[in-house]
Design a protein around this ligand. Sequence first.
Ligand code: AMP
Length: 305
Amino acid sequence: MSVLVVGSVAFDSIETPFGSRQDVVGGAATYFALAASCFTKVHVVGAVGEDFGPAHMQVLQRRGIDLSGLERVKGKTFRWAGRYSYDLNSRETLDTQLGVFEKFNPRIPESCLAPDLLFLGNIDPDLQWSVLQQVKRPRLVGCDTMNFWIEGKLASLKRTLSGVDTLVINDSEARELAGEANLVKAAALIRAMGPKILIVKRGEFGAAAFGSGAPFAVPALLLDTVNDPTGAGDSFAGGMMGYLAAHAGEGSIGESALRRAIAMGSVMASFTVQSFGVEGLLDLTRERIDQRYEEFRRLSHFHEA
Ligand code: AMP
């Protein structure tokens, strides 16, 4: 099964206490696509400017990602710069230059109008809605958003959420969207807005999923090197949806496949945070991924008392 992702493709400048990178290929759709491409065919819809050259395209093409929906338009590629605190838990955005992203209006190419799985990256909820209107109903629609849209476009966001199966956001966003401090209560309120499943990313503390049954939670891998958390959430979503595309089987996606997919999302995020930018995702083999999945499984495996 294939995955279609709509979102930002960017040049990022990143400063962490452990190093920095200038103008490297980033963006939410990039991290998502690189992670998902380890499992399945991925199509990217987005926009870049004239400064996004063949070498930049190669970052995605090398992994067989379909870029026929990545429009190259007159102007500059979206640019983002951020700086992290010593414990990497807080981040200051130093600069955001929308460039061609300002007028981005996603047009899904004909070849991608019937994706099996669709991920609506963190963009204007009106644009996310427009994507939902263009495609034939996918088997699973995942979605991300951020405080900016929760605060500025709540009605549009709620309309989008009515067509979403799985919302993947961080804990502060979940609390803000629900207007409720307790995550369990917040999850119930958000699920009433449309998504059958809410996945809450909790940074170095892992992730939790809330659906119709009992909640499910995983820790994050305990790594001896963490260099740059940029894109961890998008890599998590890409790993999760890519894994589902490859392994969910026929029929509705069951709870055990979803649990494994969440674990795989955590594994892919762990590769991202170990290196800078997308570097940790570039040369992964399925063998290394499966080995880390097994380490992750052992991390929190225990028996009944
Ligand atoms: P994350 O660390 O999950 O927040 O994702 C970081 C990525 O999001 C970076 O590669 C940025 O290029 C991209 N990004 C930052 N701000 C925005 C924005 N307002 N819209 C879309 N993408 C963004």
